[in-house]
Design a protein around this ligand. Structure first.
Ligand code: NAD
Length: 370
């Protein structure tokens, strides 16, 4: 039996396209999962080990994230198999060839993801015109430079703190992964009175219960130094960030960092998920049972894609930041309010919210099962 349809369920995927160009040894996949809300937006990932299944799972995550964020976009994802550190000339040829092969797939808008960046999006834009996350020279908003996702995490915190009986002033923040997402989240939170007590990167964890100078640590990171080279604070192993006593814990590094095996080490009242799928479902249930509030990834970290969708419509950075603030505040309140009222986990509440928004759009389609 042909298993090409093994992923199919009532949401999608609408299309799975394999791209092969023997002259360039180009192998890639596009999954357009669901377009009921509009053309799919999702990143182009380049990695040596990406599979069609991973592409589908990432595309589905974008369907839910975009629906939850109230965007007029569906979810999709594309992957090219290859080492993203390959010579720039070869990378350009592959990205351009992949975009060209998909030139007629108007249901999909390319964005940057792991292994691709704004320069890659400029090549896609040059080939077919459908790309977000563009350089400023092409009207793009540099979302990692301005901190679009960190700005969203800040608003998720403001909306979530009353559920934890906490105030932002003097709230102690620990950040796992002081990269584009983590450092901007720390900056926005600390500008309003929170205190950064720990920050980690792949080399280790910096801990200072008296408060880390966020601006100075950002300067260190921008100069290419690890958090361990910062002058003030205790230096510990990378995973020691799990043990830090804090009020807000922000995973902003890798997937699957908290599981049943280490969840009991967390000493926090609120988790804001900056990274995608940072916790296993069992770890989330365990924290929920302990009374720790979690703002799930696709609610909390939607700032980047909201910014990208605004960019696609020619909006300014200021307008994009207003949209991020409004949508993430509302969605955090809706998610946690529903979780509290209906005694469910925040992830289940967020999933229900996203599915309702998706179903509402799917009910208007020519072939509707809703
Ligand atoms: P980044 O590469 O700029 O930063 C990641 C940071 O994590 C780096 O400082 C790295 O040293 C650190 N790190 C890696 N492994 C670590 C470990 N084991 N322990 C501690 N730190 C570790 O990436 P980013 O753009 O900030 O993205 C972070 C996460 O957020 C990713 O999972 C990404 O998929 C997700 N995300 C990013 C955006 C965005 O707008 N950039 C939006 C949504 C979700």
């Amino acid at each position: 039996m042909d298993d090409s349809f093994r992923f199919a369920d009532r949401w999608g995927p609408a299309k799975v396209i394999h791209v092969f160009e023997p002259a360039l040894a180009l192998k890639g996949v596009l999954v357009v999962d669901n377009v009921a809300r509009g053309a799919a937006i999702g990143g182009l990932r380049m990695a040596v080990d990406v599979t069609t299944e991973e592409c589908f799972r990432l595309a589905r995550a974008m369907t839910l994230k975009n629906a939850a964020a109230g965007l007029a976009h569906g979810g999709g994802k594309s992957v090219v198999i290859g080492d993203p550190r390959m010579p720039a000339e070869r990378k350009q040829r592959l990205v351009r060839a992949f975009a060209h092969a998909l030139r007629n797939e108007s249901d999909y808008i390319f964005g940057p993801d792991m292994g691709t960046d704004e320069t890659c999006m400029a090549w896609v834009h040059d080939e077919i015109g459908r790309a977000v996350g563009l350089p400023a020279a092409l009207g793009g908003i540099a979302l990692d430079e301005v901190g679009a996702t960190g700005w969203g995490l800040y608003h998720a915190a403001v909306a979530a703190l009353p559920f934890c009986d906490l105030r932002l002033e003097a709230a102690r923040v620990a950040v796992q992964g002081f990269g584009a997402v983590g450092r901007h989240a720390a900056r926005f939170l600390c500008e309003k009175g929170a205190v950064l007590v720990a920050a980690s990167d792949s080399a280790g964890t910096l801990v200072n219960p008296g408060g880390i100078d966020v601006a100075a640590l950002i300067r260190d990171k921008q100069a290419g130094r690890s958090v361990l080279e910062h002058a003030h604070g205790e230096k510990r192993a990378a995973d020691a960030v799990l043990d830090v006593d804090c009020d807000i814990w922000i995973p902003a590094a890798r997937p699957d960092v908290v599981t049943e095996a280490n969840v009991d080490r967390l000493k926090t009242k609120l988790v804001l998920q900056g990274a995608n799928i940072p916790f296993s479902p069992a770890a989330e249930r365990s924290l929920h049972a302990r009374g720790v509030w979690i703002v799930p990834d696709f609610v909390a970290n939607a700032g980047g894609v909201i910014c990208a969708a605004m960019e696609y419509r020619g909006a300014t950075q200021a307008a994009a930041f207003d949209a991020i603030a409004e949508r993430i505040s509302d969605n955090t309140q809706t998610t946690l309010g529903r979780a509290k009222a209906e005694r469910m986990t925040p992830r289940d509440a967020a999933f229900a919210m996203a599915v309702e928004r998706l179903q509402g759009a799917m009910a208007t389609r020519r072939f509707s099962i809703f």
